[in-house]
Write a protein that binds this ligand. Structure first.
Ligand SMILES: Cc1nc(NNC(=O)[C@H](CC2CCCC2)CN(O)CO)c(F)c(N2CCN3CCOC[C@@H]3C2)n1
Ligand code: NI
Length: 207
């Protein structure tokens, strides 16, 4: 495939590997990956997670010229495979003298998810305060991205184990953003363009 360097172990994903609006795979439905996972699909997932780590590291993000990311989908790499990676850090706390206290768990969520799908969801909607962005969208698109407040997601992890997890708050938003990518859906598809900041029917605003 055209994304040859994505399957060389030593290559580190950077912004040049991320396709932008107009590239076909952002509007296509990706295929389920088959199990047992190929070495290529295992490597792909690991490199997607590595990209997110690098993007959240002051030194590596600077070195590789990365925009910050907490999620990534294979469609954004030009690959029609249902592979997503999520890396959501726990925010550090601060003591009375404003010294940073490392959180017990560094990450709220750190996962490579194969064939992820939403199998059930709350009636209640939610949107992230301030709206969303996307590494494949080089422009601001303001407005509440209306999503499900809580979702039950089924996926297979890199060890081939079927998982079923319930998510709420920001993790629910992030995983929906990534699963959307694997179905050719962009975040701004969920913004009410007539009234982008409309809050209706008990929609939660998530920080
Ligand atoms: C909220 C946020 N969105 C960032 N970017 N956008 C993304 O991740 C897109 C996916 C997210 C957009 C909204 C829901 C999912 C990427 N998308 O296109 C993938 O499909 C961030 F970078 C970011 N953080 C907070 C944590 N910080 C830790 C230290 O390092 C910087 C990092 C910045 N928070
Ligand atoms: Ni995105």
């Amino acid at each position: 495939e055209i994304q040859q360097n994505l399957i060389t172990a030593s290559h580190m994903i950077d912004m040049d590997d991320i396709v932008r609006e107009g590239f076909s795979t952002l509007r296509e439905v990706a295929s389920d990956v088959t199990f047992p996972l190929s070495d290529e699909d295992i490597l792909l997932g690991e490199k997607m997670l590595q990209f997110l780590h690098h993007s959240q590291d002051p030194v590596m993000s600077e070195k590789l010229g990365l925009r910050g990311g907490v999620g990534l989908a294979a469609n954004q790499l030009g690959l029609l495979k249902k592979v997503i990676a999520v890396l959501i850090p726990n925010e550090p706390e601060f003591d009375e003298e404003d010294n940073e206290i490392a959180p017990k768990e560094a990450y709220k969520m750190r996962e490579i998810m194969y064939n992820a799908k939403v199998i059930s969801h709350s009636v209640q909607d939610a949107a992230v305060e301030g709206g969303e962005g996307c590494l494949s969208v080089d422009r601001e698109v303001p407005g509440y991205v209306v999503r499900h407040a809580r979702v039950t997601v089924e996926y297979i992890n890199k060890d081939g184990e079927k998982k079923k997890i319930r998510l709420k708050d920001f993790p629910a938003i992030c995983v929906q953003h990534e699963i959307d990518h694997t179905n050719g859906i962009m975040f701004y598809d969920h913004i009410n363009m007539n009234d982008p900041w409309e809050i209706k029917d008990g929609m939660l605003v998530v920080k």
